[in-house]
Design a protein around this ligand. Structure first.
Ligand code: AKG
Ligand code: FE2
Length: 219
């Protein structure tokens, strides 16, 4: 009997599908199912699952000295991605390529990108919020990428995006490979409680507002 060797994936070659930039420009958000090929999603999913409790931290709200953990608002655990870890670096490279594309297509002048893995245990949620406040933050564009294969409607954990008048614009299942991109200071959104462990990578493209060498000062 011959066992086939596990397919080698080159983390420097994450292959992604195209984004509808017109839709992003017109509506301010876009949902891209199957943004990343399944074997790469699976690798990221397995990686997230393999992390130990000490690799995660309780998520907080706000930045710098306004940082607080408030489990009444959000209950996920996070891990900021770093270049030191190969797979994390591959994801960062993929998203930096996307940053360059967005700048080319939409002239957004996005300067850098930060992102974290998020783990929502069963029952965890993130109440309605904005990721940035007009003129108060350098977070411009939010990206959410989902890692769970075979996520069903009955599993819950949807991302709900609201319009200006509080109406529901989209209810999005967190399915492996799906990427959601939206303007950080425009769309109120929330994560509904689910009944499975839910893994994702949330990130933000930012403008450069560093002053005197202090990146993202608290204002
Ligand atoms: O996981 C999601 O669907 C959204 C997460 C989110 O809103 C956030 O981390 O700010
Ligand atoms: Fe958010």
């Amino acid at each position: 009997m011959t066992l086939s060797a596990p397919r080698q994936l080159d983390p420097n070659a994450f292959r992604t599908s195209a984004i509808d930039f017109d839709q992003l420009a017109e509506r301010g958000y876009v949902v891209v199912p199957n943004f990343l090929e399944a074997p790469y999603c699976q690798r990221l999913f397995e990686y997230a699952q393999s992390l130990q409790p000490t690799d995660w931290q309780q998520a907080g709200i706000g930045r710098a000295d306004q940082y607080t953990t408030n489990t009444a608002v959000r209950q996920d655990k996070i891990r900021w991605l770093q270049r030191d870890f190969q797979l994390e670096s591959a994801y960062l490279t993929m998203m930096d390529d996307l940053r360059v594309q967005v700048n080319r297509e939409l002239f957004m002048g996005l300067f850098d990108y930060e992102c974290h893995l998020a783990h929502y245990p069963p029952g965890a949620f993130y109440r309605k919020h904005l990721d940035a406040f007009k003129g108060r933050s350098n977070r411009i564009l939010t990206t959410v990428f989902y890692l769970n294969p075979e996520w069903q409607e009955a599993d819950g954990g949807q991302l709900v995006i609201y319009g200006e008048r509080g109406e529901v614009l989209e209810t999005i299942l967190p399915e492996a490979g799906k990427l959601v991109v939206f303007l950080s200071d425009v769309f109120v959104h929330e994560v509904l409680a689910g009944n499975r462990d839910r893994f994702s990578i949330t990130g933000w493209y930012r403008h450069n507002t560093s002053i005197n060498g202090v990146i993202d000062p608290t204002r």
